[in-house]
Structures are given as structure tokens and as C-alpha cells.
Design a protein around this ligand. Sequence first.
Ligand code: IPE
Ligand code: IPE
Ligand code: MG
Length: 237
Amino acid sequence: MALSEKPKPPRHIAIIMDGNGRWAKQRGLPRTAGHAAGAEAFRRIANYCRTLGVEYLTVYAFSTENWKRSADEVAGIMKLLRRYLEEALRDMEKNRVRFCFFGDLSKLSPDLQALCDRAQKQSEDYDVQVNFCLNYGGRDEIVQAARRFARDVADGNRQPEELTEELLSTYLYSADVPDPELIIRPSGEKRTSNFLLWQSAYSEYVFMNVLWPDFSSADLDAAIEEYHRRNRRFGGV
Ligand code: IPE
Ligand code: IPE
Ligand code: MG
């Protein structure tokens, strides 16, 4: 289908980039090779989202639960992230993507934190926004928000009664970002695994059987088409 014939994509797409390990296993490769292929898939799909005119792309790259994996696997993922961010910093002018990070970055190594910080600062004038979820958990995000609100109350800057859904949203990592209309999970699993618990209240979920490293632009088109077939009611009729 030509780009002009495609239905307008949602403003905000979120993806649980899952299935790297199984992709590697199928090929008799180490899990890290699956993560490397997953990073390639991310580059491909982020570019494609930009071509389509998606304004926000939120990707789940590492969860608060992923520390349970072997030290080798975690180190391999962190190495890939480092490599990706270094490359993104180098190609910033060309790609013109704005980087944001959702998650508790304080648990990452100082050099990785510094790269995240630089990527965020150096890209803040660009429009298309990629939200990287790193050491991210939906429950953790809500706890951190509640803690910061409680701190504001304790400091006398807020009253408990002031708290509304809108105000609580401003304490989340996603403060300035509209909720995702579409959340895609490849790999065949049908669960949220602690992703965007608050923001997904009315998101449309599309679960797909493809493993993330194999995810193609045609798969994204298919997910967007499925999204357009849904009837969103938001509790109305
Ligand atoms: C997703 O792929 C990547 C991360 C969680 C970092 P997995 O590594 O979970 O792949 P599977 O689910 O084991 O196939
Ligand atoms: C979710 O996938 C986290 C990321 C894709 C980063 P997992 O593979 O960690 O989730 P579970 O273990 O299948 O629920
Ligand atoms: Mg998985």
C-alpha cells in the first residue's frame, strides 16, 4: 500500500519488544544475539514510525523485573544500549529524534546514565519523541509518583484533596505525553508485564505472534490496521 493510502497512524504507539530470547534459541544462538537483532528491529521500526508520522513511540527495553536474568545477559543488554545511545548521539542531526527515558535510571551504571542524560539534553528541540523504558515498571512509576506527591504535601506545597487523575499524571514519567492509543506486544505473550499500567487504561492492545527481531514494517502496518478496525468507546455507547 502506498504511504498516502494508509490510514493515519495513532499519535502514540507503544511496543513491548519481546521475543529476542526465543528468536536466538530457534537459531542455536546465545540470548545476547537475540537482543542484538532486537536492537536492529528497533532501529528499523523507529525509522518507519517517523516516516509514518507517529509523534510518540514508547518502547519497553528493560523492566524492573529483568534484573532477575543472568549477569551475562544483563551486561549484554546494557552494552547494546550503550552502543545504541553512542550511535544516536553521533547521528542526532540526521535522525532528529527527541529522546526521553522512563524508569529509575539511578540503578544503571554511571556511564549509561550520563549517555541517557546527554541524549535527552541534546535532542530536546526535536519533535518526534522516543520514550525509552529502562529499568521501568508500571507499578514502580506509580509508587515514585505517589512518593513525590507525598513529599510535596509534607513540604506544604500541596493539599491531599488537590490530587486528581490529571494531577497524578503530572508526577509520572509520561507527564507531558498523551496516553498511547495503541500498544503492541509481539512474541505471542498476552500480558502487560508491568508496562504503562496507568497510561494504558483505554489503550487498544494488539498481540502478535511474530518475535520482535523479525518484526517488520508490514507487521506495524497490520497492527495499525487492526487498531483502526476497533471501536473505541471509552465507557460510552
Ligand atoms: C525481550 O525479549 C527483551 C528484554 C526483556 C530485555 P526476551 O529476552 O524477553 O525474549 P524471550 O521472551 O525470552 O523470547
Ligand atoms: C517484558 O518482557 C519486558 C520487556 C520487553 C523489556 P518480559 O519477557 O520481561 O516479560 P515476561 O517475563 O514474559 O512477562
Ligand atoms: Mg520475554
